[in-house]
Ligand binder design. Sequence first.
Ligand SMILES: C[S@@+](CC[C@H](N)C(=O)[O-])C[C@H]1O[C@@H](n2cnc3c(N)ncnc32)[C@H](O)[C@@H]1O
Length: 380
Amino acid sequence: MTGERAGDGADAGGTAGAGRLVDLLRDQARACADLGSPLYARLLTRAADDVLAGGPVRLVLAGHEDDPPGAALPLRLLGVAHRLALSGAAPGYAAHLPSTGGDGDAEAAWSALRDLLAASGEEVRAGLRTAPQTNEVGRAAALLGGLLTAVAQVRPTPGPPVPVRLREVGCSAGLNLLLDRFRYRGGDGRVRGPEESPVELEGAWDSEPPAWPAPGSFRVVERVGGDPDVVDPTSADGALLLRSYVWADQPHRAARLETALELARRVPVDRRRIGAAGLLADLRLQDGALTVVQHSVVWQYLPDDEREAAERRLAQLGEAATPAAPLARVSLEPGGGDAGAFDRGETGYPVTVTTWPGGQRRVVGTAPPHGVPVRWDAQR
Ligand SMILES: C[S@@+](CC[C@H](N)C(=O)[O-])C[C@H]1O[C@@H](n2cnc3c(N)ncnc32)[C@H](O)[C@@H]1O
């Protein structure tokens, strides 16, 4: 990571600590600019300046100087503030956010955010403990492509639909466990998914790879997701939490989320309050069904020992897989799950598919952090 440092003081909470916070904020500001959020880019740039000036942002972020970049501290900060605006508790800030019908004036938004942090610092600090619940439905485009690749491998010739047992690690509200119920419109104009779905991913991918099986090639028979901070998308609080992590000047993502919330009220999902290692420890393979473990933008949040335990368990399940009880792992993660990739600022995330028996791992495409559009690799 690069970034102008504030100084070389020795103590974590002092000048060096401030320098690390400044780097985190400026790096995320650049990422927001690249990903189409000029408002968040400006707010985080101003927040970095405020840290250097010893303002309210410095106080609110005190104690987080050693947070790893993968913990996404700047997005936690803006998520909590956005929640206060959406809930009506921060009308001054809301007056300038497009998501709340405000004027979108970034400088005025910054000044209101600064006031909010000065007045409600403790409340915001409490909210920083939770990882961003960005349940980004756009990532379903990558996950579905991975799933179709796995189905094609399990059933290379046409036949009855393959029963699929979906398991999602770090599922947040489990919206991407509904991926077979979304409609996908590719850049080539082809459309997949149920006509009547409220969720449409426009520009989901460049074009459909020839290896994908025809629609109807699989049937989801189980949808189980685990997350230590699992969210109920059918509750008012859960929906508010999810909305708060959508960047306030990205109405297309906000609208997409609303359609997924509507679908979530209709389709049952088994959501469990459990971390990655626990969910996988409980998992058993089943004859006559393809078990698919999916995860997106989660691996960076796992503590090292839990990440290792999850990898070990997946390898163990892979060993136990048979042609009658196959297993697939589909992921969209910075660096394909290499925990350091987020820290290095990588923004093209590989879509990977591993299938067992055999354990063949392939990178089948690349997607931006919010999922669409996916570029599928030609050589598949
Ligand atoms: C950025 S969100 C991604 C959510 C979802 N996978 C998606 O792509 O929309 C990161 C998720 O990782 C979850 N998480 C954090 N620590 C975890 C752990 N130890 N095990 C499983 N999930 C975890 C968070 O609660 C959060 O829901």
